[in-house]
Design a protein around this ligand. Structure first.
Ligand code: E4P
Length: 244
């Protein structure tokens, strides 16, 4: 499963890219508004450092969405055009997909909607797990069902688990067989965390420093002895362990 960042903040994306763990980015009008930059400029800037950048149309009618989708696709070869799961969005997505533009159908909440996305040859479908959880439905169950339906039907559209709210969602998306999970930067950072990793790394470094200090002390002692001809005054901190 590929890891995408669900943000339009350049610095967050740059950090994820520098870690070497991020394969793409999803944006939406809300995220672009939060980042506070002009849509085209920001998408082009992000495309300079990473492939697979979803950028969403904001028109509402089919023909307007097609024109806007073509324009967005022309910004950069890394752009994937996001269209909403509405009759106009699906019809526009079909026209764009026929032209060879990669399309991401967003705001998907059911297997049936995912089948519509597949029917137009969408490159990606984005089921929103967290928003389903918000209304007391099992979002990850829907992701798993879409993956299962696609596999049974031999559908190639990629399933992108979106609206990820917790690190557990990421694990669940992987176990459900999702192709991609997109997550806020804060969640990506949490994927690194485990108390045993932190404690283990602390211990390794302490042990290394202690052993180095002991070696340095012993070396300083033997240098002193060779200069004065006398035994070193410093003693090893620990008595040698008796051999059994
Ligand atoms: C995905 O493409 C969307 O941008 C996103 O995952 C929505 O997440 P939210 O429900 O947390 O806003």
């Amino acid at each position: 499963m590929k890891l995408f960042l669900d943000t339009a903040v350049y610095e967050e994306i740059k950090q994820g890219v520098d870690w070497g763990v991020v394969d793409g980015v999803t944006t939406n009008p809300t995220l672009i508004a939060k980042a506070g930059h002009e849509h085209e400029d920001q998408v082009k800037r992000i495309c300079q450092i990473i492939g697979n950048v979803s950028a969403e149309v904001v028109s509402e009618k089919r023909d307007d969405m097609i024109a806007e989708g073509r324009r967005i696709a022309s910004w950069h070869k890394n752009v994937i055009v996001k269209v909403p799961m509405t009759p106009d969005g699906i019809a526009a997505g079909k026209a764009l997909a026929v032209e060879g533009i990669r399309v991401n159908v967003t705001l998907c909440f059911s297997v049936n909607q995912a089948l519509l996305a597949a029917a137009i040859g969408a490159y990606i479908v984005s089921p929103f797990a967290g928003r389903l959880d918000d209304i007391n439905e099992d979002g990850m169950r829907v992701v798993a069902d879409i993956v299962s339906a696609y596999r049974q039907q031999g559908i190639k559209t990629k399933v992108l688990a979106a609206s990820i709210r917790t690190p557990i969602h990421v694990t669940q998306a992987a176990l459900a067989g999702a192709d991609i999970a997109t997550m806020p930067f804060a969640i990506l950072k949490q994927l690194f965390n485990h108390p045993l990793t932190e404690a283990g790394q602390k211990r390794f470094l302490e042990d290394y420093q202690r052993a180095k200090a002991e070696r340095d002390t012993a070396r300083a002692g033997s240098d002193g002895q060779s200069k004065t001809g006398r035994a070193p005054e410093t003693k090893p901190t620990e008595a040698p362990t008796a051999k059994r």
